[in-house]
Each structure stands twice: as C-alpha cells, then as structure tokens.
Design a protein around this ligand. Structure first.
Ligand SMILES: Cc1cc2nc3c(=O)[nH]c(=O)nc-3n(C[C@H](O)[C@H](O)[C@H](O)COP(=O)(O)O)c2cc1C
Length: 362
C-alpha cells in the first residue's frame, strides 16, 4: 500500500531507479478533463537531472508515455497510466557501495526491512521515483486548474545559510517563469546568485547542501480538507515529508507561531463581498484542517544530499571500518529539482480533497 496515495483521486507509483522504467497510475480523475502531454513533459523537464550546471550531469531523457486513460487529449474517467523508460542506467556507479551502506541514505534501513537491496542506486528510495509523482501531479494540477482555477507555485527560498523572504504581495504575483528565471529557482536574483555560488562551492568541496522550498496554492476554495485525521495541513505534511530528503514541514507561520502572542497571530476577519476573508494569513490558508479561502502557504526543508565525494569514515555491512568516497553522478543540492515535486504533491493532495468535498456535498 505504501506506493499509493489518495482516496478518490488515487495515485500509485511504480518502478526502480535502474529497472525498465518508472511511472504512475492515476485512478479516479473525472472524465472529460483536458490534459496536455506537453504540460506533463514541461514539469518533468524541471525535475530532470542534467538540466543546468547545478544539477547532476546524469542525462535522463525522461520522455513521458501516456499508456491509457486519455483520448484526443481528454480523460476517459479510466486509469491514466504514465510511464518514463529508464535510458541512462549506470549500475557500475554504485558497485563500490554494494557492501557499504551509504550514510544517511536508505541502503541500511531497506536491507533491515526487506533483507535485499535493489542491485544499484536507491531502488524505490531513489529520487527517480519522484518523476512518477511529477507526471501524476501534473494531471492533478491540470484538473484543479480547469475545474477550480487553482494555481500552485513553489520556489527555492533557502539554500544552506542563504535565505530569501517574499512579501505577501510578491507571493500573490509570483509566476513559474519568475521562479525559472534563475537556475536555482529562487525568484530573488541577488539571493539566487548567492545560492548558486554556495552550491558550486559545496560541489567543488565534494560536499552537499540542503535548503527550503516554499509553496503557495492560490484560489483554493474554502471548505477543502477533512475534519480529523485527513486534515488538509496534516495531509500536506504527510505528502511533503514523503519526498526523499524532505525533513521539515511548516504551514503559514510554522514554528514562528510558538514565539508570537494570540493578538499578533490571530487572523481577524473582514467582509469580502458575500463572504469573509482574513486580514492576515498566519494560518497559511488552513484552519481546523480545512481551507479558509486564503492562499495556502507552506515550506518544506530538505537535508543535504547524502551521497558525497568527500571521504567519510563509516562501516561496511560486516562492521569493518571503511573510508567511503561516494562515486556516481549526484546532485550537490536537490532543491532546484525538487520544486516541481513539491508542486506535484500539493496538486495530488488538493485534487483528492476537492473530489472528497464534492462527494460530501452530494
Ligand atoms: C530531486 C532529488 C534528487 C536527489 N538526488 C540524490 C542523489 O543524487 N544522491 C543521493 O544520495 N541522494 C539524492 N536524493 C536524496 C535521497 O533520495 C534520499 O536522501 C534517500 O532516499 C534517503 O531518504 P531520506 O533522506 O528521506 O531519509 C535526492 C532527492 C531528491 C528529492
């Protein structure tokens, strides 16, 4: 079950990093939704390795094939199968590590769980699995946009110690092309340069860096999210932390809420036509686990990539001390490539909650 997510709009991903291919089956997307393959491909291009000087030089073609569920660009209401064939397998890159569990990667814990590891690379723990999420997420996003006008934009807001904060108005007006204007996917040009330099320095030192991706979901109607365990914020936290290397999630004011007073933190209401809106948005657009009609704002913290070329003293599976220098083609910082993954996971969560809300109002 752990490869599936969603209750009505349900996504299952499949494939190992160095097997035949990786893909997703999206079941439950309503019929008659216009889906563009080019839009799916465009999101895959943003996730693809080898796209800029900041990412691993691994060149993965990542051309999506739509195997079922669509005719003449419209969904049929049947399962949509999406697949990308693996074309750039280099299992040899990983042979040195076969008897050494990579520190802070998934090798040791996978072996403890299954008693067997994928021949090469990270198997299901490899970030290659996330391309299936991005393809499925693009279908969810296109559904959300055409049915509700929802827009989802993520960007890199921190790399290592270099942090960037946008005002509410800047977030309101942010577009994907602003984000993609820099290789690091940070819309502040000056901060982007500092982030780029920090990543290049880490790469030269055979080291890696983490950071933070922020995301806004605009025009989500009030009322999405389920009251107890499937709260909108709880599901967002769940799916975001399911992204490899994601380690922290914060909605709205996040951990800063702990230092504020109630009078400073409360989002007071004002009249907005026939409805209400809030003057501030410390709640990040979610109250009681249900969207309140304000933009949904959240951030996801990523750790530094575990496989690094810098020598590290560790132990092999036999307990013998070894010095490991990570080989293979790895990203010094996953943040720029993780932007479309965050957008995809937000879209999959919202698409399912949208359909659950429709069902609960029948
Ligand atoms: C887009 C992306 C690319 C990644 N690339 C690498 C990589 O090249 N090398 C690596 O060791 N880890 C990489 N990771 C991280 C590992 O997949 C992750 O650390 C590993 O699966 C262990 O999971 P955990 O960090 O969540 O515990 C990447 C993660 C993402 C999101």
């Amino acid at each position: 079950m752990s490869s599936s997510f969603g209750t009505i709009f349900k996504t299952t991903t499949f494939g190992e990093s160095h097997g035949t291919g990786v893909g997703a089956v999206v079941d439950g997307c309503p019929a008659g939704v216009k889906i563009s393959r080019d839009e799916i491909q465009a999101q895959l291009e943003r996730r693809r390795p080898g796209q800029s000087r900041l990412t691993t030089p691994r060149k993965e073609g990542d051309q999506v094939e739509i195997l079922s569920g669509l005719e003449n660009g419209l969904t049929l209401g049947t399962p949509i199968a999406l697949m990308v064939r693996n074309r750039n397998q280099k299992p040899g890159d990983y042979s040195q590590m076969s008897n050494i569990p990579r520190p802070s990667h998934a090798d040791y814990s996978y072996r403890m769980k299954y008693g067997i590891n994928s021949q090469s690379g990270g198997g299901r723990a490899s970030a290659r699995e996330t391309l299936a999420r991005v393809a499925a997420g693009s279908v969810a996003e296109q559904f959300l946009k055409s049915a509700f006008g929802v827009e989802i934009i993520a960007w890199v807001s921190q790399v290592g110690p270099v942090e960037m904060v946008l005002s509410d108005t800047e977030v309101e007006n942010l577009s994907r092309s602003d984000v993609d204007a820099t290789v690091v996917r940070c819309p502040d040009l000056q901060k982007a340069e500092l982030m780029t330099a920090a990543i290049e320095k880490a790469a030269t030192e055979k080291n890696s860096l983490g950071g933070v991706i922020s995301c806004v979901c605009r025009r989500v109607p009030a009322g999405w999210g389920e009251p107890v365990f499937d709260k909108l914020d709880a599901l967002l936290a769940y799916v975001m932390i399911s992204i490899p290397a994601a380690k922290g999630f914060a909605l709205g004011s996040g951990f800063n809420a702990a230092t504020m007073t109630g009078s400073a933190h409360n989002d007071c209401f004002v009249k907005d036509g026939a409805k209400l809106k809030t003057k501030t948005n410390f709640s990040g657009g979610v109250q009681g686990g249900i969207s309140n009609g304000q933009p949904i704002n959240f951030s996801v913290a990523f750790k530094p990539v575990p496989t690094i070329g810098k020598p590290q003293k560790t132990a092999d599976y036999d307990g013998c001390e070894v010095i490991l220098e990570g080989k293979g083609r790895h990203d010094p910082c996953v943040l720029p490539r993780a932007v479309p993954i965050v957008e995809a996971m937000a879209a999959l969560t919202l698409a399912d909650l949208a359909l659950r809300q429709q069902r609960s109002n029948l």
